[in-house]
Design a protein around this ligand. Structure first.
Ligand code: ADP
Length: 203
């Protein structure tokens, strides 16, 4: 078992895992910008499909607006298409996998290109903080799935599926838990440290 510390930062292969509102999108983006790892966010990919009015976008819209998971076979085929080119790059998955079926599918897709995952980073944030953040974000960004009812559904689904996904990974990979209830820059440093990427002192 290797956590990839000997792999150059830009080529490391990670999953960033955490509840809705935990800041995994922000952290995955910061990490990708810092290291050159490719940042793949399923929520962003699906929202772009909807914005472009594609058939896929139409298919997933209802699930997203209700805060439910898009069916595994749909999300797995979307991600299969986005894995092209990852043979040569490191990556951070954000929002995927969310179920054991997705984790298994990802493992076999990555095994086929000989680029297995190296670590999973989990952002932990108390439920009441998440709720406050998501409802605050709704006012600023106007995301159609940040209403109180959808937020509750997304949190419930996360809680229902998390344990199984983390158990799946804990048996296979280093799973590093980080306190996400801190300022963005501090969480970023903790993420870098967790995956063994050194960063210059802010000075
Ligand atoms: P959040 O994690 O804050 O709920 P995302 O932007 O990651 O937001 O996802 C938004 C929505 O996109 C989810 O509520 C779900 O409907 C859909 N989605 C994203 N990733 C997945 C996935 N791996 N499996 C199923 N549905 C997904």
């Amino acid at each position: 078992m290797t956590d990839g510390r000997s792999t150059p930062a830009g080529r490391r292969r990670l999953v960033l895992f955490g509840p809705p509102g935990s800041g995994k999108g922000t952290q995955a983006q910061l990490l990708g910008a810092q290291t050159g790892q490719h940042h793949l966010a399923t929520g962003d990919i699906l929202r772009a499909e909807r914005a472009q009015g594609t058939a896929l976008g139409a298919r997933v819209g209802g699930y997203m607006d209700r805060g439910e998971l898009v069916p595994d076979e749909v999300i797995i085929s979307v991600m299969a298409a986005h894995l092209q080119g990852l043979e040569r790059r490191g990556f951070v998955f954000d929002g995927f996998p969310r179920t054991v079926a997705q984790a298994e599918a990802l493992d076999s897709m990555l095994a086929a290109i000989r680029r297995p995952l190296q670590a999973v980073v989990v952002l932990e944030v108390p439920a009441e903080v998440l709720e406050r953040r998501l409802l605050g974000r709704a006012e600023v960004e106007g995301r159609s799935d940040d209403t109180p009812e959808t937020v509750r559904t997304r949190m419930r689904i996360y809680q229902e599926s998390t344990a199984a996904v983390l158990a799946y990974y804990s048996a296979r990979l280093p799973v590093v838990r980080i306190d996400g209830d801190r300022p963005v820059a501090l969480v970023h440093r903790a993420v870098l440290q967790a995956v063994g990427i050194s960063m210059p002192d802010p000075g």
